[in-house]
Structures are given as C-alpha cells and as structure tokens.
Design a protein around this ligand. Sequence first.
Ligand SMILES: [Zn+2]
Length: 413
Amino acid sequence: MGEVSVNGRSYRVPERPAAVICFDGCDPAYIERGIADGILPTIASFQKNAFYATAESVLPSFTNPNNASIVTGAPPAVHGISGNYYLDRATGEERMITDGALMRCGTILAALADAGVKTAAITAKDKLRLMLAHGLRGINFSSEHADAASLERNGIDGVEAMVGRAKPDQYSGDLSLYVLDAGLALIERRAARLLYLSLSDFIQHAHEPGTPEADAFHRAVDERIARLMAAGAVVGVVADHGMNDKSLPNGEPNVVYLEEALARRFGPGAVRVICPITDPFVRHHGALGSFVRVYMRQARDLAALMEASRALPGVEVVLDGPTAARRYELPADLEGDFVVLGDAATVIGSTRSEHDLSGLAGHRLRSHGGLAEQKVPFMVSCALSGAWLRARAGRRLRNFDIFDAVLNGAVVP
Ligand SMILES: [Zn+2]
C-alpha cells in the first residue's frame, strides 16, 4: 500500500473513495440539537457505530485559515494563511486573500493527486477553491462558478449537466448542497477517489440551531452524507469553526469598535484595526468577527494600548503579536502588533463606517473568530483503529487531523 508524506505527516493512498467534508460554521450546537430532534440520523449513527468527537479548530476561528489547515494537515504557522484579509507590512497595503499565492506549503490533495489518485476539490465559493487547489493536478471547481467550469481551468466541464441542475444563488444554503451533490456524482462516475468538499456558512450565520431554516439545511447535509456512504465512500466531517449569537438583547449587533475606542483614548489615527474575517461575501456578517489584529500608527505605547483594549467590555483576550503567533501557531511575520479577541457574545470591529450592517436585514448577528468558536465536530463514517487511537492518546484532536483519520485510521468494514 502506497503512502505520501506531506508537511511531516504520512497519508495512505486510499483504496476506495474517501470524502472529507468541511461543514462550514457547523457549531457542535447544531449537531447536539439536531440529534436530539431526530433530524440527523446519519450523524447520530456515527456516535453509536463509527467515530464522533469534538475537536479544536485553529485560531482565528475563520474559514480560510481552517480550510488551509485541513488540506495541509498543519497549523497556519506552516501554511501561512492566518485570515481572509491582512495588512502587508512591507507595503502598508490592506489585501484580500484571493488565491493560493500566499500558501507556503503543499497540500494533501496535491500530493495524493501526484501519486496517481484521482482527486477533486469542490467549494461553495470560488475564492476558496483557488486557495485549496494550490498545486493540485485534479478536478477543482466551485458551485458559485459551476456554469463556467472548463477542462483547462478546472479539470472538468459540464458540471451543471452532471449535477442535474443549474448553479444555485451564491447567497443560499443550496450553494453548499450543490457541492455535496457534485461530489456524489464524481464518485458515482468514478471520476474521483479522494474528495474535499467545502461548504459555506451562509445558513449558520443567519439561523440558530432548532430554527426551521437550520433544520432543513442540516437534514439535507445529513442525507447527502448517507448517500456518499452508500456510494462506497469513507466520509469524514469537520467544521472550520463554530458559530455564536453576537447580538444585544434588543437585536442589534454587540460590537466593540476598537479603532474608534482607541482613537477616543489615544487620539485620532492611534491605530489601524484589521478584521481578518473581511471577504467579498460580507452580507451575512458585515465583516464582524471575534478576532482582530491591531497595528500601531500615531500611538506607540504598546502596553497602554493593550491595557486599554483589555478593559473594554466583551474583550476576552489581548496578546502581543509574537505571543499570539506562538500560542496559536500563527505565522509570526504576518501578525499584528497585538491581537484582540471578543468573547462568545461579542464581535470586534474597526470603525462604524467600515461595517455595513444593512445586509443583516433584521437578523441577529451570528459570527465567529474567537475561542468560543474553536470547538467543532469531528466525525468519520467508520470506526477508527485501535492503533490510530492509541497513537493519538493524550494529544488534543484538531480539525486538521481529519485526513489522517480518514486515510490512516478508518477501519473500512
Ligand atoms: Zn467558515
């Protein structure tokens, strides 16, 4: 049996289809509630007959750093992706991460594809595809641009015909279901043996556990997991981050506008606050999450700035850049002068004018990014071997251990 080595870990070449799903924004609360309400029979069966645990995501608990960790099996210090949006210290420019150019290492997907495994990476949003398909010689496309997939660019065409329906609206739960349906079609056609299926958290940002919208979506995902298994795949499921209500009792978002607060205290232009959750799809969260990076500008007293930040209600953790990089395994050269994390009920913003909250359209703000959203579900459709479990005993389970579990640990019946 062959294996490949990626970022210091080895992965067996799968003999039967293996699908890893990144269930974006699937807080364990959705699973607990869904199982209690009987809407997740497949996942409930994992708890009894296969493998179900809670794992830790990487911080900041955002989509890009965690997807990059899952496909590399490594923390951000290794792969270099620590947000969706960052400040380039060399040029002073603020930039969106829009492709794989900043990835500093190879992926498990690319290595297994190079070893001859037919591999596919399918994402809800196209921006994430470009990052995950870094170096991948295989199929890669997004539901967002399913209609435009071409052999040259995506390794596949005719996606809409294959799935049997047109690409969904980009602001819909169906954008994620389409990813799973496309993955199933690829397995059924034997067009892929290793699949990474990355969903979007559009539903979880807007709907709490137990609501009709959340129930319908999670039930639909559960059904598709069962279909992937029926098609012969070993299925692993993790989330990139959890999700919490970050609103006040009156329904307004519970925001600390940190750049404004520090300007009031230390003078105009004291600092620049970068919100790494910022991406082109901010309608459902207004670019508000619970982790920001702060860069000193006019103010230069780091200790005083950190102390003032720590004193703000809703702030849970304040760390200087090097300490944050060490503690959370982040790339030190991309860290701010300090980082500020909001608690479970609080998001941190920069200034009021930079956050457009009109897109919330009456919804309570639900978001992520901090310690409170680090716990995620981790499940595999088969039991894991005693050897795999013993080798991991006493170490904390991370969401980026999922390919290891599926490829090296799963006991295929
Ligand atoms: Zn996400």
